[in-house]
Ligand binder design. Structure first.
Ligand code: PRX
Length: 632
């Protein structure tokens, strides 16, 4: 079966088939992959019992499907283009054969350091090709990769290493990010020093920058020393369909980040199927996803999805504004990118710059544009469409989450209609429902509610690492029988979906998920903080900004206190969680039962100073005016 959907009719047919006979449909799709052994059942278990299994009984290795499968037909085709931070440094290209060799060598290198199937390996790296290679090498061995974004702090890294009990840590000496150097190895050293019982036996250090670092005798090893010794022959490990493939931490509405667990076969089928159908690439096209591999987009749509489809994928080390805000568009021209996938926050930031940064480039290679990570506002959508896509490139607004493994709602480029600011229609296999305040399915077509998915799909997370109960509680208990996304959503008269944003205490700042409780916990680590409350507010570039209300003891001036708070958040989480505004307040609006009335704080943060609603249940209603008077 060729599962590529080529017309609206084929979409309707596939959607219908995936509804009436999901096992038949997904069995046919899965048949197109390379398996060591076929499945006994396509789908088993239920959302109620939190025991979903896809392709149970099957055996495979995902890297055979990403790499080996292509060697005969397209071994000399470029698999990976690597564009370094500095535009004067030459770009690199890896063919499928070369990437295969690099992955096999790295797998041997890890194996020689004692990595076995099922072990966890933490990757704390900048955007170097060796990060993608390490991800695939883990998968080849059957080790579970846990990538930690290079912008997280030592404390955040330590927490993740401890939670998933990693045996090996791979890092860089340091990483380039625009003009900055991020001292990854120093941060990793601190993380390991901070752990009472570090599970990490070996640290493998890839040299990128060449800065001075400390190599700890008996623990730290240079990548290049190990790599040159390693054989390029590594027959892949045979994995069970439901063996874990990776853990990726993400923020939730409670304090501690959750280790989202994805397994092998279902994730593979979903990554490949959604990539192929949403982006609609041809053999000679060139794709670029600007995400960092430290996030789910970098897993599914920079690494696995494109490679599973045998296309050319591009990895970028730098940032959109270095050495100038024309960098993205220069790279598009340089590598003749046809399919470009980025986040609305980047679009908004670049839209605000001098138009010549765009018009200096011709961008005529582009065929398809994508958006991911947050709702795209109308202004950004139209600019992206006009200035970048020259009104000839379909825009796919792809809605999904770390937990969903891949895209659930999106148009299919050039196949189904897009609509500005709408993710549009669910992919085959995805059955959304909007829920009302009573937890009932809203039947009317034109409506608004909490977005749930009523049936399992292959790419769905299977658990939270080490905490299956939390998995059930977080996703499967609010609406029994359905997966709850945490997002609010509108449906128009044509049945198209528009995601409006989180309905829980999770912020989306520049497309990154940040838990308000996580930031509050971090602020609370400062000895002079009595209490704090974090809310989001509309931000022109970031989508949402972070607003912190803090009650502090009087040991510091408000200016000093703000500095201290930024420092403690950078240490506890990382710079991405730094509030845009910190207001020192005499108190917080609490009800008699001690609950903070966040809606008031949100309104003040958004500079909406009227209509606070009923404040009579507040313990001290006068606090509202005091906070309002000091609003930033
Ligand atoms: O609120 C939704 C928003 O991002 C959240 C998921 O964040 P994360 O797990 O970090 O994954 C980001 C990359 C998939 C969602 O709950 N979101 C993601 N894509 C969109 C979106 N909101 C609106 N439109 C989108 N296309």
């Amino acid at each position: 079966m060729d599962w590529k959907i080529k017309s609206l009719e084929e979409y309707a047919l596939a959607y219908q088939e995936s509804r009436s006979n999901p096992e038949l449909y997904w069995g046919k799709v899965a048949d197109t992959f390379k398996w060591n052994k076929k499945w006994e059942s396509v789908l088993s278990g239920s959302i109620e019992d939190a025991n979903i299994k896809w392709f149970d009984g099957a055996e495979l290795n995902i890297t055979e499907n990403c790499l080996d499968r292509h060697l005969e037909e397209r071994g000399d085709k470029v698999a990976l283009i690597y564009e370094p931070n500095d535009p004067n440094e030459p770009a690199l290209e890896y063919t499928y054969k070369q990437l295969h060799t690099a992955v096999c060598k790295t797998a041997n290198m890890l194996k020689a350091q004692g990595v076995e199937k099922g072990d966890r390996v933490c990757l704390y790296m900048s955007m170097v090709p060796e990060l993608m290679i390490s991800v695939l090498a883990c998968a080849r061995i059957g080790a579970i990769h846990s990538v930690v974004f290079g912008g997280f702090s030592a404390h955040a890294l330590a927490g993740r290493i401890e939670d998933c009990d990693c045996k090996i840590l791979i890092t860089n000496d340091a990483g380039h990010r625009g003009e900055k150097i991020i001292h990854l190895k120093d941060i990793a050293d601190k993380a390991l020093d901070d752990l009472d019982n570090s599970p990490v036996q070996k640290v493998i250090v890839h040299k990128r920058v060449g800065n001075d670092i400390e190599m700890k005798e008996g623990r730290d090893l240079w990548w290049h020393d190990l790599y040159k010794e390693a054989s390029s022959d590594y027959p892949s490990e045979t994995m069970q369909a439901e063996d874990p493939l990776f853990i990726l931490y993400t923020s939730g509405s409670t304090g501690k980040p959750k280790g989202v667990l994805h397994t092998t076969a279902g994730y593979m089928v979903w990554a490949a199927y959604t990539f192929g159908n949403v982006f609609q690439m041809n053999e000679e096209d060139r794709y670029w996803c600007t995400a960092d591999i430290g996030w789910i987009t970098g897993h599914t749509y920079l690494t696995y999805g494109p490679l599973l489809n045998g296309v050319t994928t591009t990895m970028f080390e730098g940032i959109p504004t270095f050495p100038n805000p024309g960098r993205f568009w220069e790279v598009v021209d340089k590598h003749k990118i046809t399919h470009f996938y980025t986040a609305p926050t980047a679009v908004r930031a670049l839209m605000a710059c001098d138009p010549s940064f765009v018009t200096n480039n011709n961008l005529d290679s582009l065929k398809v544009l994508g958006s991911v990570g947050e709702p795209i506002n109308a202004e950004a959508w139209h600019w992206y469409n006009k200035s970048i896509g020259k009104e000839k490139c379909p825009i796919v607004d792809t809605w999904w989450q770390t937990e969903t493994g891949g895209i659930l709602i999106s148009s299919l480029a050039g196949v189904t209609e897009g609509k500005p600011c709408f993710a549009t229609l669910p992919l085959p296999g995805v059955f959304p429902a909007l829920m009302d305040a009573e937890g009932k399915v809203i039947e009317e077509r034109e409506s608004e509610g909490n977005l749930c998915i009523t049936r399992p799909w292959p790419g769905m997370l299977r658990s939270i690492w080490g905490d299956h109960e939390r998995f059930k509680q977080t996703y499967l208990s609010a609406y029994p029988g359905s997966y709850f996304t945490g997002d609010g959503c509108k449906r128009d008269a044509d049945g198209l979906y528009r995601i409006t944003g989180r309905v829980d205490d999770v912020l989306n700042v520049s497309g990154h998920r940040i838990g308000t409780a996580e930031v509050e916990n971090a602020i609370g680590q400062h000895p002079d903080v009595i209490e704090s409350a974090i809310v989001g507010f509309p931000h022109d570039i970031k989508g949402q900004g972070i607003y912190a209300y803090v009650i502090a003891s009087e040991n510091h001036s408000p200016e000093e206190m703000r500095e201290e708070i930024l420092k403690v958040i950078t240490e506890e989480i990382g710079p991405i969680a730094k509030p845009d505004k910190i207001q020192i307040v005499p108190g917080l609006p609490k009800t008699r039962s001690g609950k903070i009335m966040r809606r008031i704080l949100r309104k003040i943060a958004a500079k909406e100073f009227d209509n606070f609603g009923d404040t009579s249940t507040l313990l001290d209603p006068s606090i509202v005016d005091k906070i309002k008077d000091g609003a930033l």
